[in-house]
Design a protein around this ligand. Structure first.
Ligand SMILES: [Mg+2]
Length: 468
């Protein structure tokens, strides 16, 4: 399905923010952080997990996304079987963490989806764990062109391990909400999904969502290993975070972790919808630099898989995100200058991606993986105004703060876009503002610079907001 620039940003944010929430919550699992507890990617928890490492929630979501990203129909037939197989592959790696219900199914089921669903049906006792909801985010992403298929796939994939009406309903609601958020940039899809449930279930979930929106504390939903409380805790976090812009993502994820108990899962569920609403560009680089996990993936892999899932397995017109090198032949990629206020920051065009004399590259345009051993931090920024950049001021500020953080680590940094003409001078100007210097000096240092007015304004105003 062909998406707009901001829809692509939001599609790219779904798996990324799932993983970020998961990794953020991982260190607090089965605890109840106090208001004084600082929430960060501390690692530890049940794995124990490394700081920034995601858990089974994201790993299982990626197992679904790996199949969806080939363009397969994950909701039935061979595609659903492939998802089941991918779950078994993951299980065979002896994961650090796995839900009881999921283990009971994956340890005994045959290779097909039907045998997995039959095994799930055969289990006795309580079957409404949160283990299918925690991985449902890619289902919304895989069916942007068809709401009906989204709902049907959410049910079938939930049923692979969870034979439970409420688990299925929760997956349908959340997947639909994620799909809607990518397409429309609102959280309204969560409520709209109820129109597609049986009447009694819709009334029950409407009351549960009301309860989440009005509860004074998420501790009311403390039994959040149960799918109903997990969804309510996630919805509580989203509807109680106050920030009106992209910072809402960070605030709501922190609230999700503060809900306590199954912190990684509630934050992973919350993250899937937040990423769909606010986009990859709203996920701060501080977290993107850290996040990683099975099967050896980092942030850029989550963006690639998210886009391939949304695009039915295709790349864009430049072969991105699959291509190792984006071809910018015909562009002035060889421009290069030194930041007027910091000799440790190079500024220029795409040739800087291959600069041998730097320790970190900050990319502001579409590129392949950096071909050197240094760190590579990418930012989602179109060379255009707000209409193609949902979070323009946030991204420019985040990129400049990342430059500052990398410099504080003693790294020689290169900042580049395609020609170094607009995005790079904007971020360089913001870095000047962070240093308390005159951003206009950047234009002297880069005489070819011609930043888009919207980028320049975003970079050079809002200094009153600057804290930390
Ligand atoms: Mg987990």
């Amino acid at each position: 399905m062909r998406l707009t620039a901001v829809q692509n940003d939001r599609a790219a944010g779904v798996l990324l923010a799932t993983a970020v929430g998961d990794a953020l919550g991982a260190g607090y699992e089965f605890t109840h952080p106090t208001p004084e507890t600082r929430i960060d990617m501390i690692g530890g928890g049940l794995g124990p997990f490394a700081p920034g490492e995601w858990t089974d929630d994201t790993s299982m979501a990626l197992a679904i996304a790996e199949i969806a990203a080939t363009g397969a129909d994950i909701g039935r037939g061979a595609g659903l079987d492939a998802v089941a197989t991918q779950f078994r592959h993951w299980y065979a790696t002896d994961p650090k963490d796995i839900g009881n219900q999921t283990r009971s199914v994956l340890s005994a089921a045959g290779p097909s989806a039907a045998s997995m669903q039959a095994r799930a049906r055969s289990l006795s006792g309580r079957k409404g764990g949160n283990g299918s909801l925690m991985r449902t985010a890619p289902v919304g992403l895989a069916h942007l062109d068809d709401a009906g298929k989204c709902l049907a796939s959410a049910h079938e994939i939930s049923s692979l391990t969870h034979d439970d009406d409420q688990a299925s309903e929760a997956c349908r609601i959340w997947s639909f909400g994620i799909r809607h958020a990518v397409l429309h940039g609102t959280f309204d899809g969560v409520r709209l999904a109820l129109d597609h449930l049986p009447r009694a279930a819709a009334a029950r979930w409407a009351a549960l969502l009301d309860e989440a929106e009005t509860a004074a504390t998420a501790r009311v939903f403390g039994n959040n290993g149960w799918v109903v409380h997990a969804l309510q805790a996630a919805w509580w976090a989203i509807t109680h975070a106050r920030a009106g812009g992209p910072e809402h993502l960070q605030e709501a994820l922190e609230l999700a972790v503060r809900a306590g108990h199954d912190t990684d899962t509630v934050a992973a569920i919350t993250g899937g919808l937040l990423g769909a609403r606010w986009g990859a560009s709203a996920v701060p680089a501080r977290w993107r630099r850290m996040v990683h996990g099975w099967p050896g993936y980092r942030a850029r892999d989550l963006v690639r898989l998210g886009l391939h899932t949304a695009w039915g397995g295709s790349d864009d017109g430049r072969g991105w995100p699959a291509t190792p090198v984006v071809d910018y032949a015909g562009y002035r990629t060889d421009r290069r200058a030194t930041h007027p206020h910091d000799a440790g920051v190079l500024l220029g065009g795409a040739d800087l991606l291959r600069a041998p004399d730097v320790d970190a590259v900050v990319s502001l345009c579409r590129v392949g993986p950096a071909p050197h051993a240094g760190e590579h931090v990418e930012f989602w920024m179109a060379d255009a105004d707000h209409r193609r950049n949902q979070n323009l001021a946030f991204v420019i500020d985040d990129a400049a703060r990342t430059v500052r953080a990398l410099r504080a680590e003693g790294k020689m940094v290169a900042v580049h876009c395609v020609e170094g003409e607009s995005r790079t001078p904007a971020v360089a100007a913001r870095y000047a503002v962070l240093l308390g210097r005159d951003p206009h000096d950047v234009l002297q240092a880069m005489p070819w610079a011609a930043p888009q007015p919207a980028l320049w304004v975003a970079a050079t105003t809002g200094a009153g907001r600057l804290v930390g």
